[in-house]
Design a protein around this ligand. Structure first.
Ligand SMILES: Cc1ncc(COP(=O)(O)O)c(C=O)c1O
Length: 406
């Protein structure tokens, strides 16, 4: 494959795309297919497909052990896991959350008629800024949900302090943070409960899936019952519950995925280091860093583009890459507060979210995971470097309307 050197080599301006097939962010890690199929066959032989089956129980036990938490309840996805944790923890009224997150964090509240109150983020960590939480508290506030974005832990101690002072519950959306730790303590042990997602795009996946982990006995009991319609025994219901159960095929995939955890981490880490190395010194861009002192899943390669020094905006760089079949993603653009119903309910909330507004214009996620080779990463970095080096010309052509991309 020929190297790209001039702006006209870029696919956006007529050159051949660097990749024949689209390169997606979040292509699933698969693990050992024969182990998965053996489990599925066994499950079919035993005719036990769902309802707290053997694999679900094993998956829960392995997660609890890995995290070092007392309880794990596996469920059908991360969104339901959030809804269950929120309901069982008794949150109501208003709950403080970042806007810079996947919309499920806010929807899990709104779905239960709890108002998400959006708090700004710390630009250094991309996580909720604990110094800005206190001024969002009103008499209706019952809790805080922090999100460990990209697997980087929130300011857990500072959030805990604010929560104690105002008698609030703290939960964490740890959808990105399975397998990560903070000062030697695994994510899953902070706040009253933490929630994981095992969606196909996540580090460990069960096709669709999620889990709630907690060290509170009563809370765990309540969540477990609520996951199964609120049944406390045959013919006996004691809570408004839902159907949050994880099925056995998902658990089989989750267990298989867990067996490859170390391999996934090392491939992700290798990819992340390669991106960082190959993009070091390119003006105006940086790759978000992970703390070497802690465990990390390296599932996200997060590029920040400063348009004033990069020469292109994040969106222009995205257009360059998309034309090459590199389908980078603008997570979490434009921020929950600019999505419905939040945008209509609180049209001016952006005024209190300057860092969210700024960062959501700058972030671009790059493809990584076991489906992305070192050669592919080299080519992606080459395209980024060329696009930015030739920034003024690329911009001129783009703004001249010569080429565009959906
Ligand atoms: C931060 C965050 N929270 C919640 C979710 C919801 O998880 P799920 O897709 O498993 O419902 C996701 C991802 O999908 C996420 O990225």
């Amino acid at each position: 494959m020929s190297r790209k050197k001039r702006p006209e080599d870029l696919a956006l301006f007529g050159g051949p795309p660097a990749f024949d097939e689209p390169l997606h962010v979040g292509r699933p890690n698969i693990g050992d297919r024969s182990r998965l199929l053996a489990r599925i066959n066994d499950m079919l032989d035993r005719r036990w497909l769902t309802n707290n089956g053997r694999y679900v129980q094993q998956f829960e036990a392995e997660i609890a052990q890995l995290v070092g938490a007392k309880h794990c309840i596996a469920v059908c996805n991360g969104t339901i896991a959030l809804e269950l944790a929120i309901r069982a923890a008794g949150l109501k009224g208003e709950v403080i959350v970042p806007s810079f997150t996947f919309v499920a964090t806010a929807h899990a509240l709104q779905w239960q008629e709890i108002t998400p109150v959006f708090c700004d983020i710390d630009p250094a960590t991309h996580n909720i800024d604990p110094n800005k939480v206190e001024c969002m508290i009103t008499p209706r506030t019952t809790g805080i949900i922090g999100v460990h974005l990209w697997g980087r832990v929130c300011a857990v101690d500072a959030l805990d302090q604010v929560a104690r002072k105002h008698n609030l519950s703290v939960l964490f959306d740890a959808a990105h943070a399975f397998g990560c730790s903070h000062r030697g303590k695994m994510i899953g042990n902070f706040g009253r409960a933490e929630v994981f997602s095992f969606h196909a795009t996540k580090f460990i996946n069960s096709f669709e899936g999620g889990a709630i982990v907690t060290n509170e006995d009563e809370l765990a009991k309540k969540i477990r019952l609520m996951t199964n319609f609120g049944f406390s025994g045959y013919d006996h219901v004691i809570y408004v519950g839902t159907n949050g159960k994880m099925n056995e095929v998902s658990a089989a995939m989750g267990l298989t995925s867990l067996e490859s955890l170390n391999e996934f981490v090392s491939v992700n880490c290798r990819n992340y280091r390669q991106y960082r190395e190959e993009l070091t010194g390119v003006p105006g861009i940086s790759v978000a860093q992970y703390d070497d002192a802690d465990k990390c899943n390296f599932q996200y390669v997060v590029l920040e583009v400063d348009p004033s020094t990069a020469g292109l905006t994040r969106d222009q760089l995205k257009d360059v890459l998309w034309a090459e079949n590199v389908l980078t993603r603008r997570y979490f653009f434009p921020g929950c507060h600019r999505m419905e119903p939040y945008r209509s309910n609180f049209p001016h909330s952006g005024l209190l979210l300057p860092e969210t507004e700024r960062l959501s214009q700058r972030i671009l996620l790059l493809p990584t995971g076991t489906g992305v080779s070192p050669e592919a990463i080299s080519r992606i970095c080459e395209i980024i470097r060329l696009g930015l080096q030739k920034g003024p010309e690329v911009r001129r052509r783009l703004e001249g309307g010569g080429a565009g991309h959906a």
